[in-house]
Write a new protein. Structure first.
Lengths: 109, 112
């Protein structure tokens, strides 16, 4: 069946460190989104990136659709980056998002 | 327009009671989605609408759940005869067809 796998499941970083989160998916995608879920449960849109590379401040993302993976890079991490990061994919454009289980990031001062 | 809104933000109910949640999407968005998230998991799809038509329902949506979007604007999700297993965060999202989805703050349901 359709699968979205994220790694690592948990990550602890010292403030100022860099990190890479990975999302593997089992089929070609129409849409891929990265979200940050804050402690109150709100899903914050980070990137809409079915292919290619995008950057927004200290965050950047790359999706290699032909190899079925996406990477989220966080540079110079801050304590406010803590939370759960989700990758979610839409496989056809007419289907809902399928979420991975997330990566729980803890940034310590 | 400030984004997707949901009401209430929190709901505590007793087992067997009915509850109803509301979602107001971003105004120009024709698609509206409902997801459910339990502790430690990613959100899981429940159902979605394009305008007022309900296009798909997940197997998670038992016959105790019903959703409507009567005029293609706001949507309601009703759970009848709530069970403790219904305790979860209920998330609403909206989008234009086939592109980026935006989520509301969620309704956290606790069934005692």
């Amino acid at each position: 069946g359709i699968q979205v796998e994220q790694s690592p499941p948990d990550l602890i970083l010292q403030e100022g460190a860099n990190s890479t989160l990975r999302c593997n998916f089992s089929d070609s995608v129409n849409n891929l989104q990265w979200f940050h879920q804050n402690p109150w449960g709100q899903l914050i849109n980070l990137f809409y990136i079915p292919s290619g590379t995008k950057q927004n401040g200290r965050l950047s993302a790359t999706t290699v659709a032909t190899e079925r993976y996406s990477l989220l890079y966080i540079s110079s991490s801050q304590t406010t980056d803590s939370g759960v990061y989700f990758c979610a994919v839409d496989f056809s454009g007419n289907t809902p998002l399928v979420f991975g289980k997330g990566t729980r990031l803890s940034v310590i001062a | 327009d400030t984004g997707v809104s949901q009401d209430p933000r929190h709901k505590i109910t007793k087992r067997g009671q009915n509850v109803t949640f509301r979602c107001d999407p971003i105004s120009e968005h024709n698609r509206l989605y409902w997801y459910r998230q339990t502790l430690g998991q990613g959100p899981e799809f429940l159902t979605y609408f394009q305008n007022e038509a309900q296009l798909e329902k997940s197997r998670l949506l038992s016959d105790r759940f019903s959703a409507e979007r009567p005029k293609g604007s706001f949507s309601t999700l009703e759970i009848q005869r709530t069970e403790q297993g219904d305790s979860a965060m209920y998330l609403c999202a909206s989008s234009l067809v086939g592109v980026e989805q935006f989520f509301g703050p969620g309704t956290r349901l606790t069934v005692l």
